[in-house]
Design a protein around this ligand. Structure first.
Ligand code: GRF
Length: 216
């Protein structure tokens, strides 16, 4: 389900086409008639539907019927900019995920990248999580991190995050499609993965590093 540009949708379509993702996208629902992502879906021959989001309950009823009709098993929110009806969210519990451009639980809601810059954090990133009724909340499945550069503005930081979004979303969805992800007491366990044990510093001290190399 989308509301706009559709670049994450594009990443999922590409992953399915490359067989990097054992899934089939059966339907793209947009809350906006004008969403550019609809053209991306049409170009990939994926059926589309527009459900104007005037009323939460009405949206949920139409979406439910369409998803049922297409025998959809799993829902991905990819730039879907509306809060969903709580009953709808419950009906799709642990079968609906979202991508958000921050390291949740920091910076929920709109303009997450702007919020990160305002807070002066050294790292930003994105999160894929199961959806719960509260905005941008729910068990976290995966995150990708990027450094904040000095002089970053919202556009530059957003572009850096978007690049890793396009890697993270298909990757997480593949883990789910392979049956390796489960929610236990509102935390996510992923089978058969390795977690890197590395320290990443930002900023990195080039003066200190130079002194260290002088010392041999
Ligand atoms: C992405 O930054 C996503 O994290 C957020 O909305 C944006 C959607 O971009 N939820 P796109 O429509 O996938 O290009």
């Amino acid at each position: 389900m989308i509301s706009g540009r559709g670049s994450n949708l594009q990443a999922l379509i590409a992953a399915c086409a490359a067989e990097a993702l054992p899934a089939k996208i059966s339907l793209v629902i947009s809350s906006h008639e004008e969403a550019p992502g609809l053209r991306i879906a049409t170009a990939a021959r994926i059926p589309t539907a527009v459900i104007p989001h005037r009323d939460r309950g009405a949206f949920a009823a139409v979406a439910k019927a369409l998803l049922c009709d297409k025998r959809v098993e799993f829902v991905c929110l990819a730039g879907f900019m509306r809060l969903l009806d709580a009953n709808f969210v419950e009906a799709w519990r642990d079968r609906m995920i979202n991508i958000h451009p921050s390291l949740l639980p920091s910076f929920r809601g709109l303009h997450a990248q702007r919020q990160a810059l305002a807070a002066g954090v050294r790292f930003a990133g994105c999160t894929v999580h199961f959806v719960r009724p509260e905005l941008d909340s729910g068990p976290i499945i995966g995150q990708a991190v990027v450094p904040v550069h000095p002089g970053d503005d919202e556009n530059r930081l957003s572009a850096r995050i978007l690049e890793v979004e396009h890697r993270l979303y298909p990757y997480v969805l593949r883990l789910i499609a392979e049956g390796r992800v489960r929610v236990v007491a509102e935390r996510v366990e992923v089978a058969g993965v390795w977690v890197p044990d590395m320290a990443i510093l930002n900023p990195q001290d080039i003066l200190g590093d130079r002194l260290a190399s002088f010392r041999g």
